[in-house]
Design a protein around this ligand. Structure first.
Ligand code: ZN
Length: 471
């Protein structure tokens, strides 16, 4: 809309005292505009910008201005929400998806985690947690989304990284315990034998668990160090209120599935060690590969998630389902067995939808990017485990323009694009300019409405299948 002579985002119009503040488009730039009220207000706003001839201040979308925005408008800062019944993470590797995500989450009774990145994703995209959070804060301000959102420092493994995320105001830490998950067997101290052997753990709902000594030996060997690690990190950051934040325990990045007994053992030990956590992510049976539907025995999955859900209910936390992108066939069971109490994370599928937009609106650029992805696929498999068969991907040279978007219905093609995002975005020409990045971002900016609609459909489908009600 036209407002004070600017092409303003209508929902961003706010006041700070007697000053008016809003977001506007100027050429290709998005800026914050401040129309100052009285002189006293001017001193206290804390934004850094330049005054135009019209007397209005143009504030660039920098990190320090994002911090000022979060101070003035708390709805643009992340808040804890993981303990609400339903929450859903949408990692946005590009920093452009939040307006579309807002359209989705405005419709459903589910708490959104708009900012969610792992260190691996930061490295592969050359971004920082500052960038990730700021992009979300600006989008939330632009769209006037005031219901609250979370920010997840995802799959963090070190004191340094956890500190980094929390110090910026991230509202959630997903502690990745995988480096501390071992194999083998270990002698079991006496008190563990007394605690776990020769008894039944009746969890209600017809579920009773019991341990053998062999099982206990193995569980302690596999998870003992991970439990200690989680307890140490909890003590360091949360126990005495050093930081406020939701705590998720992730034991999913392992080769073997977490059995219900192991899940019970880990949860019980954490709770007895005084660790308070909102969610726990086990590794489920079957395969949760990136960007494609569940692979495995659906009946076994349904049976096991039932027990995992009972364990989580028994102790009073939520199950967290990682790599939730496109796991559409298991969502109904997850929604049902958790009784609508869950956290689900997606990331790659938001990037895939962005690339589908490229295939739709610029076939030549898509073809070029696709060919490059093929040439670096092998390298990308260092970072991600997939079973992609490149031979099953149709040759983009022989496909018509109209058929290109259909590549995103082909699992092998999805995985090809899914795992090569870092290499695509960072590819440079000999003169140092980006080969794809700038053209891609320009395209996404020019076709924002198409991307938004794609996210509404695609993420909306995820949330519908989980059984979440519309508001
Ligand atoms: Zn995970």
């Amino acid at each position: 809309m036209q407002y004070l002579g600017f092409e303003a985002y209508e929902k961003s119009i706010n006041a700070i005292g007697s000053s008016t503040i809003f977001m506007a488009k100027e050429g290709n730039e998005t800026v914050i505009i401040i129309a100052l009220g009285d002189a006293a207000a001017r001193e206290t706003l804390g934004f850094t910008g330049t005054k135009g001839e019209d007397g209005k201040i143009r504030v660039p979308l920098s990190h320090e201005n994002a911090e000022a925005l979060r101070k003035h408008f708390p709805f643009t800062a992340p808040v804890q929400g993981l303990r609400k019944d339903r929450s859903f993470g949408v990692g946005d590797r590009l920093g452009i998806a939040t307006p579309g995500h807002i359209r989705v989450f405005e419709q459903y009774d589910v708490f959104p985690i708009f900012a969610q990145q792992s260190i691996r994703e930061l490295n592969l995209t050359n971004r920082t947690y500052e960038d990730v959070l700021d992009a979300v804060s600006f989008a939330v301000f632009r769209e006037g989304f005031k219901r609250g959102f979370g920010a997840d420092g995802d799959h963090l493994k070190t004191v340094k990284d956890v500190e980094y995320a929390l110090s910026l105001g991230f509202s959630m830490i997903t502690l990745d315990c995988s480096d501390h998950i071992k194999t083998g067997e270990q002698p079991v101290p006496r008190h563990f034998l007394d605690k776990y052997l020769n008894q039944d753990f009746a969890l209600g709902e017809g579920i009773t668990l019991s341990f053998t000594e062999e099982e206990l030996k193995r569980d302690l060997a596999i998870y003992g160090e991970a439990i200690q690690f989680a307890a140490d990190m909890y003590t360091r950051f949360f126990k005495n209120g050093t930081y406020q934040g939701d705590f998720e325990i992730s034991i999913d990045e392992t080769t073997a599935p977490t059995t219900p007994l192991q899940h019970f053992f880990v949860a019980r030990e954490l709770i007895d060690a005084g660790v308070s956590f909102a969610t726990l992510a086990p590794r489920f049976c079957g395969e949760f590969q990136k960007g494609i539907d569940y692979r495995g025995d659906l009946a076994q999955f349904e049976q096991e998630i039932k027990v995992h859900a009972v364990i989580a209910r028994h102790f009073g936390y939520k199950l967290s389902i990682h790599s939730g992108s496109d796991k559409l066939s298991v969502f109904p069971a997850i929604g049902r067995e958790t009784r609508g109490v869950f956290h689900v994370k997606t990331a790659g599928t938001n990037w895939l939808e962005a690339m589908r937009v490229v295939a739709l609106v610029d076939p030549a650029l898509y073809r070029e990017t696709h060919q490059y992805a093929l040439s670096v696929f092998e390298e990308a498999t260092k970072y991600y485990h997939v079973t992609t068969d490149l031979a099953k991907i149709p040759d983009v040279k022989t496909l018509t323009d109209k058929d290109l978007p259909r590549l995103f219905e082909n699992n092998d093609s999805r995985q090809l694009i899914h795992i090569t995002y870092g290499l695509i975005l960072n590819k440079k020409n000999s003169d140092g300019s980006y080969t794809f990045k700038d053209r891609l971002y320009r395209l996404w900016q020019d076709h924002e409405a198409i991307y938004t609609e794609a996210l509404v459909q695609h993420i909306g489908k995820h949330i519908d299948l989980l059984g979440v009600k519309k508001l």
